[in-house]
Design a protein around this ligand. Sequence first.
Ligand code: SF4
Length: 352
Amino acid sequence: MARTKEIRIGGTAIGGDHPVAIQSMTNTDTRDADATVRQIRALEEAGCEIVRVSVYDEACARALLDIRPKIRIPLVADIHFNSRLAILALENGANKVRINPGNIGGDDRVRAVADCARAHRAPIRIGVNGGSLPGDIREKYGTGPRALCESMLRSVRLLESFGFGDLVLSVKSSDVAAMVRSNRELAALTCYPLHLGVTEAGTPETGLVKSAIGIGALLLDGIGETIRVSLSGDPVPEVAAARAILTASGRRRFGVEVIACPTCGRSTIDVAGLAAEVERRTRHIASPLRVAVMGCVVNGPGEAREADIGIAGGPEHSLLFSRGEVRRKVPSQRILEVLMKEIEEGLKTPPG
Ligand code: SF4
């Protein structure tokens, strides 16, 4: 049975039995609709499934009128402090709003946003982080996971008291351990879909590691219905990072996944070069297939037992294998050509 409630966001859905959705956030000035649409289209092209934009003034909210019809994926408006902007964003086509009910100016304003969201069949994401906890919760529980969960549950109860239950929840922290513990607690207490992310994760290198640990740990527990990998700078690489985390955690598969051994003294072929070339030539393929490039015939096939197709290098002849079983010998100078042909064949029969 599905762990969470299904929530529809525009033409897509998360929670229930739906796959974990990948989302990202633009870093253009939202008021510049053309630039924002360009970036969203690049995100769509990369495989982004939900996109969020900052809405910090009326001009941003107005720009949504221009942006929404030009993109395919659900559009989420990120609002801080101002319920009027949340309402305007919903009226102008936002498919979801992200608010923190604790900083939107009182319960009546939260109710007004909920009423508008209901009228537009849009869900609300409640975003809570350590920096915006109510004073009494901070006093009683500090700023750790318990405090984040208490703050979240208070907001959930408030929205539920208005008869609004189309909710997605996110408790975020830049502290990876705190983010993991908060989400584990929250997952045990609620059936709403959880949006996972490590805030201010950092540069692409550091951010990817932090996100892989935090988001990955939760995904392995079966927790998380949508994820955002926050990396400083251009958001497009966030999508590939999210895909890699989802693939590594076994929650989704995307196209051809190339696995390669790290190489060692036994290696007899250019593993890194071949793996990179196979990755480059198969980037356009959407069907899932796992391809292994291994450096030696001694350990290669065994180490890549899970691969659909693989090659284990030898000085003159290499071994072509599938699922850890050797199939035949191929001349080592023809590895790439043979591998590409096998991939083509492999795509005709779905992987087991
Ligand atoms: S597959 Fe062979 S070459 Fe690659 S790391 Fe393992 S032992 Fe070394």
